[in-house]
Design a protein around this ligand. Structure first.
Ligand code: NDP
Length: 270
């Protein structure tokens, strides 16, 4: 009986260790971000500190997230607009005071926009806005949250790299791949493609720069998913995409530092 009890305690301890304690998700009020929040809370070992960020927590577009948060004390809804450095700094302060010296284990840069239009149709303002949201946003977020990611590395005491220690996963797109240009006629979103290629390079640079700090960086393609962005014609629903992405995230090690993977774990050419 004692052996069995110890076995159960050990299994529980291993399961606890196999989950990030604290996770932050941007754009968590709808689409893939909201589904990530749902699945992280429904997991057998739910994330204990889940920072669900959105740009307007009190607005109508955050109602579903607020309803979830009312039922679940593990969720903190925090304001973060990826295009507003002040809001990023404030969010980093708020999260820092809640995670303390344990730090932030996993940061998911999910928020994004996908304007349509060819190179010729895209105005400088549209390009700037897309770049600010999809590249500058993640870059500023990474920089402001670095102290909390470093704290998580210190607190973990674990060797290697993983999302249970300290990681930044950014949601990119196959459309940012130079080799996926065959789909350009079907989806000629020039500013989106350029910005996601930029996000990919940002990730590779950060992975190289911060490998000595043992913080893992990678980009994931979620598949073509039925959300407001993906549209009704898309291939899969958010639960399938997110289930895949969460299991890929859970499997990441230092071998995938700087990788570009899809929601099934397949490597995507740059
Ligand atoms: P949605 O359009 O459904 O959701 C986008 C999310 O990003 C919303 O929560 C939105 O918030 C948020 N957002 C937009 N701009 C900002 C900003 N400035 N600051 C903070 N949040 C912002 O998209 P998906 O859920 O489908 O996409 C999520 C990610 O997956 C994106 O990065 C996208 O590029 C990527 N992706 C999606 C694919 C798909 O098929 N769906 C395919 C490939 C990649 P708000 O409600 O305030 O607008």
């Amino acid at each position: 009986m004692q052996e069995l009890r110890q076995g159960i305690v050990l299994t529980e301890a291993v399961e606890m260790a196999a989950q990030p304690v604290s996770v932050l998700i941007t754009g968590a009020n709808r689409g893939l971000g909201l589904e990530m929040v749902r699945q992280m809370l429904e997991a057998p070992c739910p994330v204990r500190k889940l920072f669900a960020c959105c740009r307007d927590p009190d607005g109508p577009r955050a109602e579903a997230l607020q309803t979830l948060a009312k039922k679940n004390p593990n969720i903190s809804v925090v304001r973060l607009d990826a295009t507003d450095l002040c809001s990023i700094k404030l969010c980093a302060q708020q999260v820092g005071s809640l995670v303390g010296t344990g730090g932030l284990n996993l940061l998911i840069n999910n928020a994004g926009i996908a304007p349509k239009g060819t190179v010729q149709e895209t105005s400088p303002e549209d390009m700037q806005h897309c770049f600010n949201t999809n590249v500058m946003g993640p870059m500023n977020i990474i920089k402001e949250f670095l102290p909390h990611l470093r704290d998580a590395v210190k607190a973990s005491g674990m060797p290697g790299m993983s999302i249970n220690k300290a990681a930044v996963v950014s949601i990119s797109s196959l459309l940012g791949s130079m080799e996926a240009l065959h789909s350009y006629a079907f989806f000629p979103a020039a500013s989106y493609r350029i910005s996601k290629a930029g996000l990919n390079m940002l990730t590779v640079c950060a992975a190289e720069e911060l490998k000595k700090d043992e913080i893992l960086f990678c980009v994931l393609h979620p598949g073509w998913v039925r959300t407001d962005m993906g549209g009704e014609e898309a291939d899969i629903d958010p639960p399938e995409s997110v289930q895949g992405m969460l299991s890929v995230m859970a499997s990441l090690t230092e071998k995938q530092n700087g990788a570009f993977l899809d929601y099934k774990g397949q490597s995507i050419p740059w």
